[in-house]
Design a protein around this ligand. Structure first.
Ligand code: JFZ
Length: 459
């Protein structure tokens, strides 16, 4: 009998839905608890190294003597290069100076806590030994080494989290992949599911079964990605490595929001988010783009992003010989040295309890290029938090005395994070203010820690 009853019960229970014990619901990979558990390292890490590397590093922005404008990794698309010509680049691929240890060392020197590399970008070339497509670094090049294997081993040896960027939808090498209309015609007429079943899903399975622990999969440009197609990838990742994070560009909600390229929200965001950013104006290496962000700009953006609850995934585009441009290494190492002394204000830190310091919408209703209300950003200082501590990071000389934003909490003491130097606090009209020594200690950015009564700010 029970069974008969039982047969009705499951549907009823499912219908009731909520009858499932919280414990068992928490077990499902898509439960909020499981997601928060997956995100724990991400919230601690804050700062990662993005690596765009592939055949496009060979032309480096130029094709048949012509400079092809735009981001370097899109040269095949911008110059409408036929597959038959583009895949010849594989025969030239021989980055003999590639040293996975050196790359992970750079990430560590830079103060970065995770690395995400392009396992396959839109051009369809795999930087790993794929058994489902011969268009890969081991089978199609004189180099013949599995770059992701070497990087995964170096990351594992050094305790660095590794993630894989994978272009799940666009694949300009495949007749049924999205994006190559110059060889294969309009996407709408392609058998996209054949490409997903025949290449994309099997390659994601290879990445999640052959390269150790994968911290995250960074999907991108979700063209033609219906909820069903996206769910196929979600189920695949969850079934193979349940702890692996999925970014926000799969074509369905991932574990966190991915903003547009180099787009930093104006204010604090309540959900987990990450901004993918360039150090110059391209992801893949371009010989002619030497317009690098300054260390001060990178440090500001990092603290600005953390003060708004986000993560910063900052990119390098290695050259075809396997080395990372010295200029980008120098910027990253300079910020890394700053983080050695001031990392407490960044790693695992929470967003500002205030926000006025970020700026305000234009009072005159002015619009930005996208027609959104213009936001007048302020960049003098930012606040990040830990229980009982507020980290004020000054990027410009503050007005002194510096009035602390309104809070009910009493101030216990204040000091400079980098060297512990005491900062005098005075209370004027019930409002605590800091007598910060001038000029500020580190012109790139100086952090003053304010210890308060209580864990969190009470407004
Ligand atoms: C994509 C790629 O096309 C590009 O090559 C690079 O890998 C970058 C990280 O991601 O470019 C995008 C994708 C989405 C947006 C902008 C650029 N967007 O949502 O604004």
């Amino acid at each position: 009998m029970r069974s008969a009853v039982f047969s009705r019960v499951p549907i009823a229970v499912l219908a009731l839905g909520m009858a499932v014990s919280p414990a068992s619901r928490a077990q499902t990979p898509d439960s909020p608890e499981a997601k928060e558990a997956r995100l724990a390292w991400f919230h601690e890490a804050k700062y990662g190294l993005f690596i765009h590397w592939g055949l496009y590093a060979i032309p480096a922005g130029e094709w048949q003597g012509r400079r092809i404008p735009g981001i370097g990794e899109w040269i095949m698309f911008r110059a409408k290069i036929p597959v038959s010509e583009y895949e010849q680049l594989a025969k030239q691929w021989n980055p003999v100076k590639f040293d996975a240890e050196a790359w992970v060392q750079l990430a560590q020197d830079a103060g970065m806590k995770y690395v995400v590399i392009t396992s396959k970008h839109h051009d369809g070339f795999a930087l790993f030994h794929s058994k489902v497509s011969p268009f890969n670094v081991v089978d199609a090049t004189p180099f013949g080494r599995d770059i992701l294997k070497e990087l995964a081993d170096a990351c594992a040896r050094r305790g660095m989290r590794l993630g894989f960027y994978y272009s799940q939808a666009q694949d300009w090498h495949e007749p049924n992949g999205a994006g190559n209309t110059w060889d294969f015609g309009p996407d709408e007429e392609k058998d996209f599911d054949e490409y997903l079943r025949g290449k994309a899903e099997p390659q994601v399975r290879e990445l999640l079964t052959g390269y150790g622990k994968v911290a995250l999969v960074w999907f991108d440009t979700p063209r033609l990605m219906t909820p069903e197609r996206a769910q196929g990838f979600t189920d695949l990742v969850r079934s193979l490595q349940p702890k692996t994070l999925i970014d926000g560009r799969l074509g369905a909600a991932g574990d966190y929001v991915t903003t547009g390229d180099n787009v930093i929200p104006a204010e604090v965001q309540s959900t987990a988010w990450e901004v993918p950013a360039t150090l110059n104006h391209t992801w893949g290496y371009r010989e002619d783009d030497q317009d690098w962000k300054s260390p001060g700009d990178v440090a500001f953006k990092l603290v600005d992003i953390v003060s708004k609850g986000g993560n910063y995934l900052l990119n390098v585009g290695p050259m075809a010989d396997g080395t990372i441009p010295q200029a980008s290494q120098d910027v990253l190492r300079t910020v890394g040295r700053w983080l050695k002394a001031n990392g407490e204000a960044v790693y695992g830190a929470g967003p500002t309890p205030w926000g006025d310091e970020h700026g305000e919408p234009s009072s005159k209703g002015a619009k930005d290029l996208r027609g959104n209300p213009l936001f007048l950003a302020r960049e003098e200082w930012r606040v990040t938090t830990r229980p009982g501590k507020l980290y004020f990071t000054f990027f410009k000389e503050p007005r002194v005395p510096f009035d602390l934003p309104p809070m009910k909490n009493a101030v216990k003491r204040a000091y400079r994070l980098a060297d512990g130097h005491t900062i005098r606090v005075e209370v004027e009209g019930g409002r605590p203010r800091l007598l910060i020594d001038r000029p500020i200690h580190d012109p790139m950015a100086t952090v003053v820690v304010v210890e308060i009564e209580g864990d969190a700010v009470e407004r």
